[in-house]
Ligand binder design. Structure first.
Ligand SMILES: [Zn+2]
Ligand SMILES: [Zn+2]
Length: 209
């Protein structure tokens, strides 16, 4: 049996609160130099997927991991970790946070906003752990957004990325699916996305289907 920390769809937290959230605007430090990323291929601003709140590698503080991807998959390689068609930005959580305003271009903000609570479950594999959770809580599979920590459940080959800066394999943060609403998904090609971060401050994102 493997223990999983499932991410379960929940009411959206206030945008100003540092918390797991999908959709809405990214939260950054008030004096932050973070800029909204543009896609390297189409040059247009990316879609903000959401933010995951995770402890820093030395566990001394919390970080928000901001996830962006280009939403123009028909022309851009958004699923690849190193093409510049998605972007992970790790920002420290501090006392004075502010929301980034999105560029005026279409496709920067997701159509719906929701939060995620963490629920423990266990099973022979992730599917079994999800099934156990759904049965125990009288919930539905579409409420489960993925899971955080542990090991990635690769659909294809292990693609754990190395950090560009420090060259080490990155830390697995979460596996994410397309979201709770089939009409308003993040479009990971009906697959799953994988989020990583590094002790030196970077992060990467990719998906498989
Ligand atoms: Zn693009
Ligand atoms: Zn690194």
């Amino acid at each position: 049996m493997t223990e999983y920390k499932l991410l379960v769809s929940d009411d959206a937290p206030a945008e100003s609160v540092a918390a797991h959230r999908f959709g809405g605007r990214p939260l950054v430090a008030r004096d932050s130099k973070v800029v909204w990323p543009n896609c390297k291929e189409c040059k247009l601003p990316m879609l903000f997927i959401g933010q995951m709140m995770v402890p820093a590698h030395d566990a001394s503080s919390q970080n928000l991991i901001l996830i962006f991807k280009c939403d123009r998959e028909s022309i851009c390689s958004s699923w690849m970790p190193d093409k510049g068609c998605n972007q992970v930005i790790v920002v420290p959580v501090g006392p004075t946070m502010t929301l980034m305003e999105s560029p005026s271009a279409d496709g920067c903000l997701h159509s719906i906003t929701y939060g995620a609570m963490v629920a423990d479950s266990s099973g022979e594999d992730i599917y079994d752990a999800m099934k156990n959770y759904v049965e125990k809580t009288n919930s539905t599979f579409d409420k489960i957004l993925g899971y955080i920590y542990g090991e990635p459940d690769w659909i294809q080959n292990d693609e754990t990325p190395n950090c560009k800066k420090c060259k080490k394999p990155m830390r697995f943060v979460a596996t994410l699916n397309e979201g709770p609403d089939p009409m308003q998904t993040f479009n990971f090609g009906t697959g799953e996305a994988y989020l990583f971060d590094c002790a030196c401050g970077g992060g990467k994102f990719l998906w498989q289907c």
